[in-house]
Design a protein around this ligand. Sequence first.
Ligand SMILES: *[C@@H]1O[C@H](CO)[C@@H](O)[C@H](O)[C@H]1NC(C)=O
Ligand SMILES: *[C@@H]1O[C@H](CO)[C@@H](O)[C@H](O)[C@H]1NC(C)=O
Length: 258
Amino acid sequence: MKMARLPVIFFPFLTLLLISVSTNINVLGELPFSAMFVFGDSLVDSGNNNYLNSLARANFVPYGIDFSEGPTGRFSNGKTVTDILGEIIGLPLLPAFADTLIKSRNISWGVNYASAAAGILDETGQNLGERISFRQQVQDFNTTVRQMKIQMEHNQLSQHLANSLTVVIHGSNDYINNYFLPEQYTSSFNYDPKNYADLLIEVYKRHILSLHDLGLRRFLLAGLGPLGCIPRQLALALSLEESVDLTSMTLSTCSMFC
Ligand SMILES: *[C@@H]1O[C@H](CO)[C@@H](O)[C@H](O)[C@H]1NC(C)=O
Ligand SMILES: *[C@@H]1O[C@H](CO)[C@@H](O)[C@H](O)[C@H]1NC(C)=O
């Protein structure tokens, strides 16, 4: 998604997590997680889209005006929600996966695979150009695991991954850059809202199980926020006179939450 910042969506999840995390730090005096791996969309992209031919890029001002490193590709004036989460659990800023491929970056605290416009479905976000789908993000993590195998022996790596926090913030674009764009995607003709949600959950589950197969064990899975409250969505919904169903669906996701 482009230019949409919705930190408020995820506060309910993070509040719960942070309470238990800060308890862990106090009791044990050590980090609760050995590393953090981030999968998601523009809410948490930290620069992976900088290398893509995409309209969904944010490596220029005014993005980053309040961030220590300036514009980095984060869709925010400052930190993203996973930057703040990492800070609270005692981890440094994570490198974007794309940077680990071409620059020397320390991957021992984790890696960020998130890509703006990406979604659970491979086709999601193609209206904005190139993006790294959740499927490809899982494969990129597989690449990182191969790199870590060079640095760590088998048992140490298994323990490292099992103690890492995996954050997944996906799904918004499967609506706003797919289902809600009937002129560019067929999904709203082929699936009613219930069947589409079932499809997303099925594909999502498969990707989560792949991450589990690769050794990850501790997951923070964020749900969707009130997508209809995004100003662009409100504007689009009001302009789509013919597709009354989608309009009312978008508006109702807003009135449910706002
Ligand atoms: C990465 O950082 C960790 C923790 O600070 C350190 O132990 C490790 O040696 C570093 N690895 C590389 C390849 O620089
Ligand atoms: C990870 O990559 C290897 C090939 O290097 C492949 O055999 C394996 O199936 C991949 N794992 C997942 C979960 O995609």
